[in-house]
Design a protein around this ligand. Structure first.
Ligand SMILES: Nc1ncnc2c1ncn2[C@@H]1O[C@H](COP(=O)(O)OP(=O)(O)O)[C@@H](O)[C@H]1O
Ligand SMILES: [Mg+2]
Length: 539
């Protein structure tokens, strides 16, 4: 906006500068829309005796403006609407240009004369009803300023007066400056408000997701009716009722340690506070320490600001330390202190901080053996083991296999939208014979693969090719992923047995655990008779 050059005294210039400094500092001290508007209107009144002022913002439809703040009017004008193009304010919004009008009383008199003449001629119905605009009934002069961010209209700022016929040029320039300041402050406040609303929405969604599927785990999510699992579940339920004791969950990989830890958290009175987890083996010592305990600004290179650790972030909730057996002895000492005194220091910090969280630790290692060999602190071991939960390997609770298999079948058939309804008895028998070194996780993966590749509605033994031979390396063969030609295998085995027995068919048969007739028949079928002595052609 440009203003006509004005002659101001030095004193006036100083006043102006002082005012601009004051209002810009005040306006910039907040991101709250209502506060910003109140500051603008108050300062305009205090400094320039602009007693009647309004701030309107463009509505979302871009067709109307709504009053968001006013000063000096009798009625609360908040919410009153002005269409774009209507009256001085509407015109300013439409043209995006400042308007200064005066002597409105005279024009009102003129308009009244026109109206009474039209009425006298009996054509009053043709006079459109003028929209009721916010403002003084007896206004004499008005300045309205578009609030612009570049070319984008944010709203309109308007001042009115009833006791003088016109505003001065200087008034216009002052109002213009304030308008510019207000525009950017209001723009930022609106952005901030929108971001805050979006953020609140996301937070809500996150909580909802956590509460529904993503996070919360109940006892029903831990499937298993074996004695061992029933015991483990009963223990989990009991542990949950004592919300501060430390828990140690042990079990081979894939036995459900993560699941148990979550169940303990969500069944406890800490359920609505955060559940935070970290895998101790995933980070080097220094990083793990700062993840757990946080760090102060400048604690190490790259620590640009202060950061809260997991324990602080989980305040009131639970922290799950997975693979605790991989934690260094130094950190073990710090963890022990935290467990004993509930106190810790951020990395680089000098102050003791306190926070209330339950620690749930898990490991697939034999901590007791580690204590013996000196790689795990004995005191920490006993401190962690206040409430131990041991999850049995799947091979020791095979009766849970069909239940688990059905659970995962249901999950994956929904996820992959496959029409797979059941698992054949042969396939279940085969699952039952497998040793499951990877426990429930391995079973889950096997079912996922089978469902994904299944061609019919029933999963058969063929759908679990990786399980068809013993996998524990006790002399058994593994079926290659792409299958094999059984006849060739049989031929090779018969040939090897004959070779080793010096072509004695009875001994060769014994080597293979078959009878002599079986071997004789195969030897003939594959042409594996004693080779002809050298020099004599074979017939
Ligand atoms: N008893 C169970 N019932 C249902 N799902 C289970 C059970 N045990 C394990 N799972 C599932 O198997 C997978 C591996 O379990 P997880 O808790 O990560 O094992 P761990 O932490 O002991 O390696 C996860 O997807 C988990 O949901
Ligand atoms: Mg795990």
């Amino acid at each position: 906006m440009e203003y006509a050059p004005q002659k101001l005294t030095r004193e006036e210039l100083e006043q102006e500068a002082c005012f601009i400094h004051k209002i810009s500092t005040e306006i910039n001290s907040t991101l709250d829309l209502d506060e910003i508007c109140a500051i603008v209107l108050r300062t305009m009144n205090e400094h320039f005796r602009f007693r009647h002022s309004l701030i309107l913002l463009l509505d979302e439809d871009g067709k109307t403006l709504s009053v968001v703040a006013s000063r000096g009017y009798k009625d609360a004008e908040r919410g009153a609407k002005v269409p774009l193009g209507a009256g001085v304010i509407g015109l300013v919004a439409q043209k995006r240009r400042i308007l200064r009008v005066g002597n409105l009383g005279r024009r009102r008199a003129y308009a009244a004369t026109v109206r009474s003449q039209v009425e006298r001629s009996g054509r009053a119905g043709e006079l459109a009803e003028a929209p009721r605009l916010p403002g003084l009934p007896d206004v004499e002069a008005q300045i309205a300023i578009p609030l612009l961010i570049r070319d984008t209209l944010v709203g309109v700022f308007s001042v009115e007066c009833a006791d003088a016929p016109a505003f001065s040029e200087r008034d216009e320039s002052r109002a213009g400056i304030v308008g510019n300041l207000a525009a950017s402050a209001i723009h930022n406040a609106l952005l901030y408000r929108r971001l805050a609303a979006a953020n609140a929405g996301l937070q809500k969604e996150l909580t909802a997701v956590r509460a529904s599927r993503g996070g919360a785990v109940g006892l029903d999510d831990i499937v298993g009716e074996s004695r061992a699992m029933k015991q483990a579940k009963a223990l989990i339920r009991k542990i949950a009722t004592s919300p501060s004791s430390t828990v140690l969950i042990t079990g081979e990989n894939g036995t459900g340690k993560d699941l148990a830890a979550k169940a303990i958290h969500y069944l406890s009175s800490r359920a609505s506070a955060p559940f935070m987890n970290i895998t101790c083996s995933a980070l080097p010592e220094a990083l793990l320490e700062s993840e757990l305990f946080g760090h102060e600004k400048g604690a190490f290179t790259g620590a640009a600001g202060q950061k809260k650790g997991l324990f602080e972030l989980a305040a009131g909730g639970s922290v799950f330390l997975d693979e605790i057996g991989e934690m260094s002895l130094v950190l073990q000492a710090k963890l022990l202190r935290f467990l004993e005194e509930k106190a810790f220091r951020r990395v680089g910090g000098t102050k003791d901080l306190r926070v209330d969280v339950r620690v749930i630790a898990a490991t697939n290692r034999d901590l007791k053996a580690m204590v013996k060999e000196g790689s795990f602190r004995e005191d920490l071991y006993y401190r962690l083991r206040v409430l131990p939960v041991e999850l049995p390997p799947l091979r020791e609770r095979r009766e849970d296999l069909p239940l688990l298999a059905r659970l995962f079948l249901e999950q994956y058939r929904t996820e992959f939208r496959k029409n797979v309804a059941s698992i054949s008895p042969e396939a279940l028998a085969q699952l039952g014979r497998h040793p499951w070194p990877g426990n429930v996780r391995e079973l889950k993966n096997a079912i996922e693969r089978a469902v994904l590749l299944a061609e019919g509605p029933v999963l058969g033994a063929d759908d679990f090719p990786a399980l068809s031979a013993p996998a524990d390396g006790d002399g058994g063969l593994r079926l290659p992923a792409d299958g094999l030609r059984f006849e060739k295998l049989e031929r090779d085995l018969v040939a090897a047995a004959l070779e080793r027995s010096g072509f004695n068919k009875s001994r060769a048969a014994r080597l293979l655990g078959m009878d002599r007739d079986w071997l004789r028949h195969r030897a003939a079928k594959y042409g594996l008779d004693r080779p002809s002595p050298p020099g004599r052609p074979r017939d």
